[in-house]
Design a protein around this ligand. Sequence first.
Ligand SMILES: [Zn+2]
Length: 323
Amino acid sequence: MIRIISFLTLLIFSPLTQSGAEVYSQSSFGYKPGEWTAFKFRKNKSINREVDISYRVVSGDTISSICRLFDVNQRDLLELNGLSVDHILQINQIIKLPPGSFYPSYFDPLTGARVQLSGGWVGTQKVKSDLPILLLAGHADSQGIPGSGTAGAAVDLLGARPMDKSMRDELYWNIKIRDAILKLGLQNGLNVRSYDPVQRTIVDENDLRTNWSVGSIHAQNGGYPLEIHFDAYGKYGFGSGLIPAISTKLNTVDESLARKFGRYPINFRDGLGAPRRNIRILEIGKLEGELENKLRNPESREQTINQIAWRVTKALIDGIESR
Ligand SMILES: [Zn+2]
């Protein structure tokens, strides 16, 4: 159990007019900052001081099971959320938790919240020891168009400058992590390479230069394409985890990544473009809170990138060696 003292989750207090269905294509979710009550309230605060935390309801939850999970008093929880004791929870409902609540294992000290959807699959197919792995940075070919990735909580909600104004922050970090995994993978004997489309805006997803086209061909040739992503912040993201390919042949590398990062269901969001092409999506974590702070802070940046990249590399090694 971990006590969280400075985990940032952006609770949205104002009624929202748009669903959170576009995890991969939100552009500040189409909101103007003024529509966010929480934004106005928090704008001038330091990122680190936030202690609000929230929980997304999953199937089977009850008020009392959530209280047990987080070790909080039922009356406090009901009062904080303005709920009555006979309230029926809805899946994906966001429940505010009192500051200082205990987090169960779904919170990871490095990558933050883990996906809490039921995965329901196990990767059992063996892979060759020289499995060709292709690393891709999510959204590397879709800047400035729908599907450009999350700008992150710091930029969208707290007024920070983008890391690189030519791209969304998610892509900036996706590239850093991709390159760090490549380096560690090669040092550790993996048959790994990376691909970058270079052209940052390719409108036709089936253009031969896109991540998806190159990844799809890699998969058809028996390789393992892995696209690195960070998830959206706040209630729009689900957390770290592997979104598997839409396939009945999930393998021990899928299994290993899911165990280290979390497990999304097959057919997540009715089959995203990448998984339909046999490309795996690894959500490193939600681009918010401590994870984003550690990446943005120049003093902790390199270490954080390396820690994340090593976790991925180790998962790849373990998955290949699992026989
Ligand atoms: Zn993404």
